[in-house]
Design a protein. Structure first.
Length: 451
């Protein structure tokens, strides 16, 4: 899912650690800083009085090149951060902040701007080194002590902007490394230091979504009870276009934990009033997955043949061997569409993640061996991340061939690897009718969770 807010540098404008100095020329009796060289004094005054951001940046760089050891070097670099920011030059901001940290390693303004930009680079690339660099600088920022000449109120204002970004950056780095427990802890620490109102918007709401995703990741750190709460919290405040993306995940994980959708509306109402689970939040867990699956198959007139594809995969993944084999006996040799996200594709084979667990862990649960190789044009479309959907979009179809159950590990839930043969890529303009049983109906089927 795409993030629905982006970290903005607008809030950083309130961080002003260094004011422009009052200067005195040689021989003057007042002012804070004395520049003895009239040429240097005039050059600084020319820089400091510029109103156009690009012109100010150019004047600042010229000043530093001419007077690299000036006693106002820190002040010029501080102003350059603002000038480049106003000009929309992120590279310039980062460069100025990096130079300021070389002469003032504990400068909070330089740290926060550097962290914020590096965090954005991390989000775009997921490059481990970039994310690690951002997190290391964020850790340093969290450990800073208030300077003696900074008022308590000013420090609280500055850290109120900076510390949530620091914690968010560290959690993002943990997520890239798939250390979901550490990410859960850091996002929680971030949100604990915010009011319920503050956590319902902006970066904090986006990080609430990331916390929900961290709790829902397959493996030993999966905690669906908490995941449901935070998905419900985000659902309440998300923009309409994202609410529609969040609701299926909320329902999926709630049914997976609880066994049905009863009680979910009440949870949504409670989550609107509190960032963290309330004392009354205690939905009972469902029966064991194998018990649910057995009851489901027993109550389905056709033995499960009409279930949605994701639910069929769940039956094959965590049902008893007897129940899984019984369903497979109905499916083998039948054709089905495969709506899901492409994980890997070659001309002869397409690997797709169908269930939410498979999508979250980016592990394919359906492998489709093509009847005829995909063309070069088709392969340009069927790239990792491309999602096959049902009508009217392009689909992938195949015939059930083999399956095997894949046991759970510390990092993954139990799953099934389902292999289809005679696969076909059906573009939107060449849709063909599919068999009535292929689509199926969605019924609540649930996997084991690690609590």
């Amino acid at each position: 899912m795409k993030k629905f807010v982006l970290a903005s540098t607008m809030a950083l404008a309130s961080i002003a650690l260094v004011a422009a100095p009052q200067l005195q020329a040689q021989g003057s009796d007042s002012g804070q800083i004395s520049i003895k060289d009239p040429a240097e004094f005039n050059a600084y005054q020319m820089f400091n009085t510029q109103t156009d951001p690009k012109a100010k940046a150019a004047a600042g760089e010229s000043f530093l090149k001419t007077y690299p050891q000036s006693q106002v070097k820190n002040l010029v670099l501080d102003s350059l951060i603002d000038a480049y920011g106003q000009a929309g030059d992120q590279d310039g901001v980062l460069n100025a902040a990096s130079r300021l940290l070389q002469v003032d390693p504990n400068n909070l303004k330089a740290i926060i701007y550097s962290v914020n930009i590096k965090k954005g680079q991390c989000a775009k690339t997921s490059d481990t080194q970039t994310c690690d660099d951002a997190a290391a600088l964020a850790q340093k920022g969290l450990q800073l002590q208030k300077p003696a000449n900074t008022a308590d109120a000013d420090w609280q204002k500055m850290t109120g902007v900076a510390f949530p970004i620091f914690r968010s950056t560290i959690a993002a780095d943990d997520t890239v490394k798939k250390d979901y427990k550490a990410a859960q802890d850091m996002y929680t620490e971030e949100l604990k230091n915010l009011s319920n109102d503050e956590s319902s918007k902006g970066q904090a709401l986006n990080d609430t979504l990331l916390l929900a995703q961290a709790y829902s990741q397959p493996g030993s750190t999966q905690d669906l009870k908490n995941a449901v709460w935070f998905y419900a919290r985000v659902w309440n405040f998300a923009p309409p276009q994202y609410k529609a993306q969040i609701e299926p995940k909320l329902e999926y994980y709630y049914k997976k934990y609880h066994g049905g959708l009863d009680g979910l509306d009440q949870i949504k109402q409670e989550a609107a009033t509190s960032t963290f689970p309330t004392a009354s939040y205690n939905p009972p867990p469902a029966k064991s997955p194998a018990e649910q699956i057995h009851d489901l198959l027993a109550s389905t007139p056709d033995g499960g043949k009409s279930l949605a594809l994701a639910d069929k995969e769940t039956v094959l993944a965590v049902g008893s061997k007897e129940d899984a084999d019984k369903l497979w006996g109905l499916l083998q040799g039948q054709e089905t569409p495969v709506p899901g996200v492409v994980i890997e594709a070659t001309a002869d084979q397409v690997k797709v993640a169908v269930t939410e667990d498979a999508k979250a862990s980016k592990v394919p649960d359906f492998i489709v061996n093509m009847k005829k190789p995909l063309t070069e044009a088709e392969l340009k479309v069927v790239q990792p991340g491309f999602e096959f959907k049902t009508q009217p979009d392009a689909t992938l179809v195949g015939t059930y061939d083999t399956y095997r159950q894949v046991p759970a590990t510390d990092k993954t839930s139990a799953s099934a690897e389902i292999v289809l043969k005679d696969g076909e890529y059906v573009a939107a303009e060449k849709k063909k009718a599919t068999k009535p049983a292929a689509g199926g109906t969605h019924r609540p089927v649930h996997r084991p969770t690690h609590q």
